[in-house]
Design a protein around this ligand. Structure first.
Ligand SMILES: Cc1cc2nc3c(=O)[nH]c(=O)nc-3n(C[C@H](O)[C@H](O)[C@H](O)COP(=O)(O)OP(=O)(O)OC[C@H]3O[C@@H](n4cnc5c(N)ncnc54)[C@H](O)[C@@H]3O)c2cc1C
Length: 399
């Protein structure tokens, strides 16, 4: 196998997005995925407008729209009062080809990109291949990989570590993952109960601010997902006690009958950004580079934006259209976005929802009222929450 290729660790949404971009540019890639097949975990469900714009050339946006739910609006709500503010992405019709979110499970994107790569040919995707180490010199980068045939070494021109939050690439390169972990974990409960019929003005994405316990309600095809913070002192046994889960669901919406709990998953939540995104020929992207709480749906979306940013630069260097130094621009553009937009916006989203004094609650309502009072402020807010603003800010950064 020629070492003139790009090695990618991880066949998640970020690794496969980078693989698709590079393949489209005629660049050979090898993707190493630790699992025996594409993982089907239930994490991200929201695709933002610019992410859909980026995925369109691979046919993935149209398929996500067909398989998922188009959500043109999102709401902030109060359990008793109902909707307190609603925002409509239609205001971004001149800024994106997709002025809406799509609600669809993230693993479906992985399948779509994998099918596209398979059809296109050229990409070498290897399952049951876990990267365990990295070394590099002037000629290339070598990934040590645990394969079904034992340990093997693969050499390439560059390596993208897109193997998630526990990235071996990041750890092997001794890049620190600065930030913190929240005390409380987040519980996600999926149910087929039709909240839309019970609350007819509900949108598909709804954040409930509440002094007692915030939560959100999101719809994915066939199911609603409710997410709650748990208390730091609650044990897993207590959190997963069906009676306690049921109490949380009834508290969110008392329906008089028991809910069916189709899936229940508990997540530890962090706010961390890698100290560096590049060491020589090796790069980190997606959750390997930054992790944040899921309020606002920015983790996977931001990771896909990393993947396209980096792959575009690699393609320009590969084809002799830009000097090697342009690769430094990847960290210069994307790391500040992870810190100043994604990290700070998701922390603000959490603080707004958990406001538990009359003053902080009122401050959040005043903020929403102010944003809604002026069309320019509403547009700016939507540009921020849809991540268009962060991409524009990154594009402004030059070396
Ligand atoms: C409850 C919840 C809801 C969320 N909702 C949203 C949302 O709505 N929108 C959003 O944008 N984000 C959301 N996120 C975040 C999102 O899930 C992640 O940001 C996203 O999965 C990151 O993609 P990734 O490709 O970087 O990593 P991953 O999806 O973690 O993929 C990494 C891949 O690498 C593989 N791997 C791991 N180790 C190795 C190894 N050593 N060698 C080879 N392969 C390896 C894994 O098996 C996996 O396939 C949510 C997260 C949670 C917990």
């Amino acid at each position: 196998m020629s070492s003139e290729r790009v090695l990618i660790a991880g066949a998640g949404p970020v690794g496969l997005s980078a693989a698709a971009y590079l393949t489209r540019c005629g660049i050979p890639v090898t993707v190493f995925e630790a699992e025996a097949q594409l993982p089907e975990n239930l994490r991200a469900s929201t695709f933002h407008p610019p992410t859909l714009d980026m995925l369109a050339p691979y046919g993935a946006s149209q398929r996500l729209i067909e398989m998922g739910l188009v959500a043109p609006k999102f709401q902030f709500r109060d359990r008793n009062e109902g909707c307190i503010a609603e925002f409509d992405f239609a205001l971004l019709a001149d800024d994106t080809e997709h002025p809406f979110r799509v609600q669809c499970e993230q693993f479906k994107l992985n399948h779509l990109l994998y099918e596209w790569l398979d059809e296109k040919g050229g990409a070498d995707v290897r399952f049951s291949h876990a990267i365990t180490g990295v070394s590099q010199d002037d000629d290339g980068v070598t990934a040590v990989v645990d394969t079904p045939d034992g340990e093997q070494a693969f050499t390439g021109r560059w390596l993208i570590g897109a193997e998630g939050a526990n990235s071996v690439v990041r750890q092997t390169l001794d890049i620190s993952f600065e930030g913190f972990t929240w005390d409380e974990r987040f519980l996600v409960v999926s149910t087929p109960f039709d909240f839309g019929a019970a609350m007819p003005d509900l949108s598909l994405v709804n954040y409930f601010a509440d002094p007692e316990q915030w939560f959100f309600l999101l719809k994915v095809p066939g199911l609603w997902r409710a997410m709650f913070p748990t208390r730091a002192e609650e044990t897993e046994a207590e959190i997963f006690d069906p009676a306690r889960i049921e109490a949380r669901m009834q508290w969110a919406h008392a329906r008089g009958e028991a809910y069916e709990h189709r899936h229940t998953t508990l997540y530890r939540v962090h706010q961390r950004v890698a100290e560096q995104y590049r060491r020589g020929r090796a790069f980190v992207a997606g959750d390997a580079a930054h992790i944040n709480n899921p309020l606002g749906g920015m983790g996977m979306n931001g990771g896909i934006h990393d993947a396209f940013n980096l792959a575009e630069k690699m393609a320009a260097v590969w084809h002799g259209e830009a000097p090697e130094s342009v690769l430094d621009l990847y960290e210069a553009q994307r790391r500040p976005i992870a810190l100043d937009y994604v990290n700070s916006q998701t922390i603000r989203n959490k603080q707004n929802l958990e406001a538990n004094t009359p003053e902080t609650q009122q401050a959040f309502r005043d903020f929403l009222a102010e944003v809604q009072s002026d069309p320019q402020k509403t547009r700016d807010y939507l540009l921020r929450t849809s991540m268009v603003a962060s991409l524009r800010a990154a594009a402004e950064i030059t070396m």
